[in-house]
Design a protein around this ligand. Structure first.
Ligand code: TYD
Ligand code: MG
Length: 451
């Protein structure tokens, strides 16, 4: 058995101490010390991936990494076109959000293509997994299940079976027997993931590692593994609403702008064919403080309803609270509304919400947010047949946005009749039939137009 030493390393400054402390003695930060296990009697533990020598960049032959499309378009798009053979992906998310469900459906799709898949469940028994599989209609014979938490055993299965795809659900319960710390600790999680990554790379196995995001700062969660793997995805959504968003945050083989949208039904996750409808409430008509914004997420446009509410501040400092939009941008927009349009927002609490839990952080949503705030403050509803786009500058000017054409096409597709767009964008813009394009140069013009 290998000799090990347990140390605690500050994530902030790298200082090492022998026992856990609440505060780092070096940089005085709180809760930054995490456990690390060091081997004392082993040199290089993992052999190198290959015996290659350095070569000139000019001599390196590009190889196209083959991909296996899963067959679920929402998932394939986020993956960058399919699973890259031999790649290691991490899927993080809150407990209960649907990671196991998504992964099992993915396994089924790959196994139905005649590829061998190994699903390692470290949290549930085979019976539990089977019950879930039945509920999902999952039953491809090439899908193998095992319930195991010992890393040595999992390595053995990988080496013996050489599956095309292997899934570890979840990494937090896996342990290496020679490491004394408990499963789920930073040391265990990191070591186990590194080992599995190594085995997968050596045998060309595509590996998905599932990790729970822990509430307490996610210290032993997927964040500690992000640098180790090829791609990182987060599965998000409100546990009390049915839809879920898969978002890429790192991808060595594709873009990280894409999102995949799913709905959780009683028989598993279903892809959402028309996601724009999700992010708008059905009875918007005549409501104050609500406006629709076409927002670019990855390679497609989603129509998102922006809602704002202003009320007289009850205690001293007015509150500014937002969900789904950037708080700093909202603060700027409030200042611009106040100074350039004369709205007395100084004594008002302002709340802004992007409906449906999406994140709309691009400047193109500025005008929508500003219009929603003004609408709530003035108590006047915005024209329900209109949507707006534009970036708002500090002097109240409305600036052009990227992809204006795609945005107005999506707006028309969902039945809107008027588009309030930056004047800068109107040159070369082709309005779809039935859509009137209203160019505006500044925030004041936009407000006059819509209210
Ligand atoms: P699960 O995939 O177990 O989540 P995670 O692996 O991220 O912890 O899914 C958990 C929730 O999903 C559970 O509360 C029940 C619900 N669910 C459905 O609504 N429909 C289904 O078909 C399945 C399998 C689960
Ligand atoms: Mg699970």
């Amino acid at each position: 058995m290998a000799k090990v030493r347990v140390l605690f390393v500050c994530q902030q400054c790298g200082h090492k101490v022998a026992k856990w402390l609440g505060k780092c003695p070096e940089c005085n930060e709180f809760n930054t010390l995490v456990e690390e296990v060091q081997k004392l009697d082993e040199g290089i533990r993992r052999p190198l991936l290959s015996e290659e020598r350095p070569m000139s960049i000019a001599e390196v032959q590009p190889v196209d990494r083959p991909r296996v499309p899963v067959g679920l378009p929402e998932l394939d798009r986020v993956l960058g076109g399919g699973i890259v053979i031999g790649s290691v992906c991490l899927i993080g998310g809150d407990p209960g959000i649907g990671k196991s469900t998504l992964i099992l459906q993915l396994c089924e799709k790959v196994a139905r293509q005649g590829r061998r898949v190994l699903y390692v469940s470290s949290e549930e028994s085979i019976m539990q997994t089977k019950l879930r599989a039945d509920r999902l209609g999952v039953g491809a014979p090439e899908l193998y299940l095992v319930s195991e938490t010992n890393l040595d055993m999992i390595r053995r299965y990988l080496e013996e079976m050489r599956p095309a795809l292997a899934v570890i659900d979840s990494i937090q319960m896996i342990y290496r027997p020679e490491i004394p710390s408990a499963p789920g600790s930073v040391g265990q999680v990191r070591e186990c993931a590194a080992d599995l990554t190594f085995v997968a790379k050596r045998h060309g196995v595509s590996l998905f590692i599932v990790g729970h995001v822990t509430k307490e700062g996610a210290i032993a969660g997927p964040r500690t593994l992000e640098h180790l793997v090829d791609a990182v995805f987060y599965f998000e959504g409100d546990r009390f609403q049915s839809f879920r968003v898969l978002r890429g945050v790192k991808n060595r083989f594709g873009s990280t702008n894409e999102i995949g949208i799913f709905e959780m039904l009683s028989n598993g996750l279903r892809e959402v064919p028309n996601p724009s409808e999700l992010f708008m409430s059905q009875d918007r008509i005549g409501r104050q403080g609500s406006v629709v914004v076409p927002s670019f997420v990855g390679s497609r446009t989603l129509l998102v309803e922006m809602q704002a509410l202003t009320t007289r501040a009850a205690y001293g400092m007015p509150a500014r609270r937002v969900t789904g939009v950037d708080l700093n941008r909202v603060a700027i927009l409030i200042a611009v509304l106040e100074r350039r349009c004369g709205l007395g927002l100084g004594g008002q609490d302002v709340f802004v919400n992007a409906v449906g839990g999406v994140q709309v952080e691009e400047p193109a949503a500025d005008l929508g947010v500003a219009v929603a705030i003004a609408s709530s403050f003035r108590g006047k509803a915005v024209d329900a047949k209109a949507f707006v786009l534009g970036e708002v500058g500090l002097s109240g000017e409305v600036r052009g946005v990227t992809q204006a054409q795609a945005r107005i096409v999506e707006g028309r597709r969902l039945g809107f009749e008027r588009a309030v767009v930056p004047a800068d964008n109107t040159r070369g813009l082709e309005a779809p039939e039935g859509l009137t394009v209203v160019p505006v140069r500044n925030l004041r013009e936009a407000l006059d137009e819509l209210q």
